[in-house]
Design a protein around this ligand. Structure first.
Ligand code: 15L
Length: 281
């Protein structure tokens, strides 16, 4: 017997940052799964529009515009904003004000949000550290700091307004891992798409933090809330060791920390911070 489509599945899904690398990947892959997509980005959408998708060029700082485009959506994939290490002023508008606008829209629409957080919220942990999702954050720059703010914003909207979120601390979403760091942080395209799909399908998610990495035995990360959304990664960087082992840079700061080259940007400390900033003294 044919199942009738759930009403949730019929409602449009808002995808911000649609013209970025991850946005374009999601637009194509989710449309192929039959999702009805409302795409938006401050930049033009560079690809042919997928089936059942519309695109609106929009600055996340435009609160009324964000509110209008989210109307009727019950699922928001928030991938917009600055995605590299930049001066504070460049990050402030899109990442802080913009994410606030998204959460205000989600609150009004009673929508669930998938928030693209990042490895850079913990980028200043050394690579030897094994982290659980509830570890203290150690952002590695203004970008990581803005992602930490986004996570806290999500937490506040969950606790005060019951807005559900899946916070994905995305490692490195690439076709293949091509250096030693990526052996720890790699998230395959298939695992990424299945994580998003699980985030939509799950009955209740609360405010769930998930490490966005495939099943890599060299992972920096352990416990998270993936069981809440029923996600299991299928790929592993272990199958790509030959292509990545020994691929390192001569940047001692980048090679020491989980955040890699983002940590080196504007790093002025002479030496390294304590290995465990949070150990009891
Ligand atoms: C991120 O958060 C960036 O947006 C992405 O471009 C990658 O650099 C990734 O982290 C990473 O550190 O591998």
């Amino acid at each position: 017997m044919k199942e009738s489509p759930s009403p949730m599945i019929d409602r449009p899904v808002l995808l911000t940052g649609a013209s970025g690398l991850l946005g374009r990947l999601l637009a194509a892959r989710l449309a192929a799964l039959g999702w009805r997509l409302r795409l938006t980005d401050v930049k033009d959408f560079p690809d042919a529009l997928p089936r059942n998708a519309s695109f609106t060029q929009l600055d996340l700082e435009d609160r009324a515009g964000v509110s209008a485009i989210a109307e009727g959506c019950d699922f928001i994939l928030h991938f917009g904003g600055v995605s590299t290490e930049q001066p504070f002023e460049a990050i402030l508008g899109p990442n802080l004000r913009g994410t606030f606008h998204i959460y205000e829209a989600a609150r009004r629409e009673k929508a669930r949000v998938v928030y693209a957080s990042s490895v850079h919220v913990v980028g200043l942990y050394e690579r030897s550290a094994k982290l659980d999702h509830d570890c203290p954050l150690r952002p590695d720059g203004y970008y990581g700091l803005s992602k930490a703010y986004g996570e806290m914003l999500a937490r506040m909207y969950w606790e005060k307004h019951e807005v559900e979120s899946v916070l994905i601390r995305i490692g490195s979403t690439l076709p293949k891992p091509t250096n030693e760091r990526f052996l720890s942080t790699w998230l395959s395209h298939d695992d990424f798409v299945s994580l998003i799909a699980c985030g939509r399908k799950a009955e209740r998610v609360g405010c769930a933090i998930v490490w966005g990495a495939s099943d890599n035995s060299r992972s920096f990360w352990r416990q998270d809330a993936r069981h809440v959304i029923g996600w299991t990664p299928r790929d592993s960087s272990d199958d790509h060791l030959a292509a990545a082992l020994g691929k390192v840079t001569d940047d001692a700061v980048a090679e020491r920390f989980q955040g890699g080259v983002f940590v080196s940007v504007d790093y002025t400390r002479d030496g390294f911070p304590p290995s465990d900033m949070y150990a009891p003294v």
